[in-house]
Every structure is written in structure tokens, then in C-alpha cells.
Design a protein around this ligand. Sequence first.
Ligand code: SF4
Ligand code: SF4
Length: 366
Amino acid sequence: MDKDWSDKNKEIQKLLSKEVTFGEAIDKLIEFRGELFQQITWIVEGYPEEAFYQMPFPGANGYHSKTLAYSIWHIFRIEDIVAHEMIAEDEQVLFRDDRLSKISSPIITTGNELEGEEIAEFSKKLNVRELYLYAKAVKESSDRILSHLQYKDMKRTFTEETKRKLVESKCVSADENAFWLIDYWCGKDIKGLIQMPFSRHWIMHIEAMQRIKNRLCKIARKGVDPVAICGLSCNHCFLGEWCGGCRTEYNTCSFATCSEGRICPNVKCCNEKNIDGCYECSELEVCNKGFFVPTNDGAGAAKAQSLFIRKYGKKAFLKVQTRLHEKYDFQKVQEILGQDYEEALRFLEENGQSVYSKTEKYSGDV
Ligand code: SF4
Ligand code: SF4
């Protein structure tokens, strides 16, 4: 488990145990849930639709054997059922505002009963944007419930009547892989429920989602040119593990995710000019688009890298990058290259003296 998340969770659980620190625990829990939810937001905003029904670890033993869409559905169905059927005893978020039909889910259960290909088939049917809005609504609703709880509520337990209500709701499948959940939840007090569906359960599934998306990016990048369209090296970029690069659908660079249609201005412009990258453009030196916008700290460095590719080719560029990254991390290299692209180009040339030759011109391949 992520060390930082694990430590935060442990601290919250400790604070929950004492009346004097209970209020602080709830505040920290809501803040922590916000931090975890941000991961889900980034995934939903950063990855293409097809990513949500892929199973890059089929048959694996663990939560990463599922899909991204299933993981979101499962985390928030469980929380919605527990928060509303058991704690608040009111209507679940799924049944308000026509959410179920907007998501297009064929089931109302937690999904525990689904196996293998059934998970991918189920995931394909879901409207991911609506699923995300449902998850957000459940989170906000649970945060409100949490903030109204008092220390004395922590010991509240559940009765046979709660079990009967859960069975009748049909929100937990009668399948043996799912039905145990009812006994499991009803065997806990509210403190126990906070410890699992409201925090630890999130951590485990969000970590699994990170594994799934990283694997999808790795698969997408296989055999793809590692030189980005603006002239960065995807092989050396700090985003490398969780981005497929701008030559794939798995482009999570902020210049893409924050742009209309998730298309980076540099990619769009190169596509319109029908060129391989900015290094082939005659306007490169004066360009202010996308990554080259003067307010971007890395603009000068990127431009110098593109100019270097134009002069010496991609192979030489990647070699120089590898040499620099043996000494410095991505951030430091960008810092050293600085904002003045002419100076940065000279620096790259000096550092590349021994790894390229001027006869090794750009040939379009790597
Ligand atoms: S700024 Fe655009 S071209 Fe450069 S790496 Fe990001 S998506 Fe690719
Ligand atoms: S105008 Fe700018 S963004 Fe467009 S191809 Fe040329 S250098 Fe790249």
C-alpha cells in the first residue's frame, strides 16, 4: 500500500478512537477522501473511453484484475449502500435524479458477482462521465453524513432488520461471491464501516486503478516513437509511467488533457501541417503555441530540444537525453536548459559532443 496513504489512514483511525480527537479525525478523513478522489478525477479526465473497459491483468489475483470503470462502480456502489441503507437510512444516491439510467448500468448491485469477461462486458456498457458524476455525488453525500456523526455514534451496531432491508433492496447479489457482504457489514459498528468502505476500501481499489492505467500506458507506448511531437523525450519524461505519449490515445500530458477535445495545440498544429513534429516546422523559433507558450517554464527547454532534433536527429537527441538523465532527473534537466532556447541548444550540443556526429542527420526514424 502507498506509504503516505497508509500512514494517513492509520493516523485517522487512531484519532477516531478518542472522543477528544474525533472531530479532528472526521475533518482529516474528509480531506483524505478528497485527495484520493482527485486520483479518480485525473484518471477520468486523462484517459480515453476505451481505457475504462480494458483488463490488462486478466485472471490476476487482486483488485487490479478488474477494469477502471468496474473499480469506480464498485467503490461507490458499496459506499452508497452502506451510507444510505445502513447509516443514514434514506434513499441511495443511485436512485435519485435518474442516475441509474444515465449511467446505463444493467445492474444495481456492487458487482462482486461478476467474473472475468463479464466485468469487461459490464464496463463497456457504462457511461463513464455519468458514472464519475455518480461517484462524486456519493462522495459528497457521504462526506455530509460523516460530518454529522458524533463520537457516540461510533458504537452503533446493526440488527436483523438492517440485514432484511439490505436483502430486500437487491443491491447485493445473492451470488455466493457477493452475499457475504451483508453479514460482513452488519457485523461491524459504524466505526468499523468507516474503517473499510469509507477509507481503506478506496485506497485498495484506487491503487489497483493506478496499476491498471500504468499498464495500459505501457502497452500503448510499445513500439511507438518515444519523441513527443513538441520535441520532448517520452522515455525521459517524469510522466513516463502514467502517460502513453502524444502519439497514442493515452496522452495524459496536461497540454492535451486541458485542451479542447483533449488535443494538444502542438499536436493539432503538426497534424494540420501534416508534419511529424515541431522540429520539422519552419516557424519553430518564433512559435508560442502549446508547450512553447512563454509562460510555460519548460518552453525554452522544449524548443531547444526540438531544434536539436532538427539539426542532429532523434537518435542523437535520445542519446544526449539519456546521458543527461544519468546525472539529473527530468525536472533538473529542464531547469538547467532554462528559458533561453539558444543557450539551451548550445548546452545540449556541448553535452552531446561525444554521442552524435553532424552526419547523423534527422531521418524520421528512431
Ligand atoms: S505538450 Fe503536446 S506535444 Fe508536447 S508532450 Fe505534451 S501533448 Fe505531446
Ligand atoms: S507552428 Fe508551432 S506548434 Fe505548429 S508545428 Fe510549428 S512549432 Fe509546432
